[in-house]
Design a protein around this ligand. Structure first.
Ligand code: HEC
Length: 362
């Protein structure tokens, strides 16, 4: 009986654990490392949007990125245009400078080796990026470029730090500058946020303590708080011992370095090697820290498109990449609707048949 309940509770625990993993994982994936993503709100059935996206992709992206799991005529068929029309929209040329065949795979012009030299990393094939990164990520990535003088191309990205890709849509979008925010971090959480670094520093001075921590069995224990780093360092120094090591073995220990050095000098050994090493179980950590983050981006030089137009452009490119990563999704929902319709009709006949079978019994 007892064994039985134990077994049952074990199974229960296991089942809860497995369920927790399944329930938690999509949420964990969607969160994308804690960065807030604006929803892309795409509609892969919007064929005009897909065609606009295809055109932008051919003009602005395909010089570097291939979509090598897709063919031009597949895009034509799925968006309802003829092979001739798709050529006019996403027209490219092959190595011999001849127009690409509509049945060809959508490769890029750039040799991967050169690209790696130029950008630090080769532009990846984007056939599946709609699935690996997701539409929201692509949308926020393409809108996340901002000026940053410390980077080789003068740009960085809010959701892809130190990105290797230049801001290829800058002529359309214009230039965006980052507006920074200064968070006072305490145990991994932002306590307070400031728009000016000075204000944040002032509050930091008030709040911050220098904590002496000791590595214990259960992690780090805070043993002392000090207002200045010097006081904390002095405490650690007072607890530090200086060990005289002979051939890496400890032979004596002293409260000061001078005493340890003196001991080594007075006890010479032939062929052996002395070393004096400090040892402390304590270290100093700051209780609060300032973290500088990009709060939002500000358009400082307009491009050819207004912010609303550019938003649609990015929306269209994202839509196109989401479609390319899974072309079957255009038809999949239709199969589902057909199946449900069939079941509905089938139900009527099944019901009539049931009535027929049971009519003499009732
Ligand atoms: C001049 C070459 C170049 C052009 C043009 C270009 N990219 Fe990129 N792209 C790169 C490079 C290089 C990387 C890799 C960045 C890195 O790893 O730091 C990249 C990375 C990406 C990624 C991230 C892939 C991943 O999963 O890590 C996406 C998405 C992307 N590009 C989309 C686009 C789109 C959309 C366009 C057209 C609007 C475009 N790129 C145009 C060079 C380019």
């Amino acid at each position: 009986m007892k064994v039985n309940t134990m077994k049952r509770s074990m199974i229960k625990t296991l089942a809860t654990g497995i369920m927790a993993v399944f329930i938690a994982s999509p949420v964990a994936n969607a969160a994308g490392g804690g960065v807030h993503l604006e929803p892309a709100d795409i509609d892969v059935h919007d064929k005009m949007s897909l065609l606009r996206g295809a055109k932008y992709f051919a003009n602005y992206c395909q010089g570097c990125h291939s979509l090598k799991f897709s063919r031009y005529n597949r895009v034509a068929a799925d968006t309802g245009v003829s092979d001739e029309q798709i050529k006019a929209i996403i027209f490219t040329r092959d190595e011999d400078d001849k127009p690409t065949k509509t049945g060809a795979l959508m490769t890029s012009a750039i040799p991967a080796k050169d690209a790696e030299k130029w950008f630090g990393s080769a532009p990846p094939d984007l056939s599946l990026v709609g699935r690996s990164r997701g539409a929201d990520w692509i949308y926020n990535y393409l809108k996340g470029f901002h000026s940053d003088d410390s980077r080789p191309f003068g740009v960085n990205n809010t959701i892809f730090d130190s990105v290797g890709m230049p801001n290829v849509l800058a002529t359309l979008e214009g230039t965006k500058d980052p507006v920074f925010r200064y968070d006072i971090m305490h145990h991994g959480h932002a306590d307070e946020s400031f728009t000016s670094e000075e204000a944040a520093k002032k509050v930091l001075e008030e709040k911050r303590t220098f904590d002496v921590v000791k590595l214990g069995l259960m992690g780090e224990d805070i043993v002392e708080h000090y207002k200045t780093k010097k006081e904390a360092d002095d405490f650690v120094a007072s607890k530090t011992v200086y060990r005289a090591l002979l051939n890496k073995e400890e032979v004596a220990s002293f409260p000061t370095k001078a005493e340890a050095d003196g001991y080594v000098k007075e006890n010479p050994v032939d062929g052996g090697k002395y070393k004096v090493m400090p040892k402390s179980a304590y270290s100093v950590v700051e209780s609060h820290k300032i973290s500088k983050v990009v709060d939002h981006l500000e358009l400082v030089k307009p491009g050819k498109q207004s912010p609303a137009e550019f938003d649609r452009t990015v929306h269209d490119i994202t839509n196109y990449l989401a479609y390319v990563s899974e072309p079957a999704q255009l038809h999949r929902t239709m199969y589902g609707i057909f199946t449900l319709l069939f079941l509905l009709v089938f139900f009527i006949f099944a019901y009539m048949l049931k009535k027929e079978y049971w009519k003499d019994i009732h």
